[in-house]
Design a protein around this ligand. Structure first.
Ligand code: PGA
Length: 252
């Protein structure tokens, strides 16, 4: 039995008006679920009003990205240091950032360091494309993405890192990885962490993301390898997201 606390993260992406964001956060916070940590990642401008709205509710906030430099001529970017007063978490290296904004491993690694420097907890996303999987390169790609970040982290920071395995082909497709594949990739990631930082392998949390819904969350989470889920579309529906949190709590 693992001692790692299950983690359920909702990635709202570029969705919600402010009234919708308030209503969604209020509905989610209204149903506390013991034994699971919950993080909501709304668009940047909603972090401040939602932090005020949630107060001391047992729901945490995260940003969807950050820029590594603390300040300077980086039009349109928001630094980890600017986010830190308003949220606890930050998603880094999501496949949409890697693909649409051409973020490479080096930039992603520098964002993880900046997040830790600012006192945020980074959620590092890694995942292979459909081509990489079908050509048998999934493990090599994930290995490269994980290595490039771990190379710049102390053992103490590695212990606090969260890694989300999100196969690119599963995101938004309705086609989640099988629970067996999600678990074996999570186990592979943990094994790789152990080769960098032996003491971190037990405490670092590995999530699965990609078409998680209330029907598959429990199966994906079952077992000791997957420590929680990163949820996109289903996190925009308070009922579905609550059911996912409850399924994870009931399975842990
Ligand atoms: P999805 O998105 O749940 O809509 O597949 C997951 C993600 O992008 O993190």
């Amino acid at each position: 039995m693992t001692t790692r606390t299950p983690l359920v993260v909702g990635n709202w992406k570029l969705n919600t008006s402010l009234p919708e964001a308030r209503a969604l956060a209020t509905a989610i916070a209204a149903i506390p679920i013991a034994g699971v940590e919950t993080v909501l990642c709304p668009p940047f401008p909603w972090l401040v009003p939602l932090a005020e709205l949630l107060g001391d509710a047992p729901i945490m906030l995260g940003a969807q990205d950050c820029w590594p430099e603390p300040r300077g001529a980086f039009t349109g970017d928001v630094s980890a240091a600017m986010l830190a007063p308003h949220c606890r978490w930050v998603i880094v290296g999501h496949s949409e950032r890697r693909a649409i904004h051409r973020e490479d491993d080096q930039l992603v690694a520098s964002k993880v360091v900046a997040a830790f420097d600012a006192g945020l907890c980074p959620i590092l996303c890694v995942g292979e494309t459909e081509d990489e999987r079908s050509s048998g390169h999934a493990e090599r790609v994930i290995g490269r993405q994980v290595d490039s970040v771990l190379a710049g982290l102390t053992e103490e920071r590695t212990r606090r890192l969260v890694i989300a395995y999100e196969p690119v082909w599963a995101i938004g497709s309705g086609q989640a990885a099988t629970p067996a594949d999600a678990r074996s990739m999570a186990a592979m990631i943990r094994h790789q962490v152990a080769t960098h930082a032996a003491s971190a392998a037990d405490s670092l949390r590995v999530l699965y993301g990609g078409s998680v819904n209330q029907g598959n969350a429990a199966d994906i989470f079952a077992g000791d390898d997957v420590d929680g889920v990163l949820v996109g579309s289903a996190s925009l529906d308070a009922v579905a997201f609550t059911a996912i949190r409850a399924a994870v709590a009931a399975t842990s």
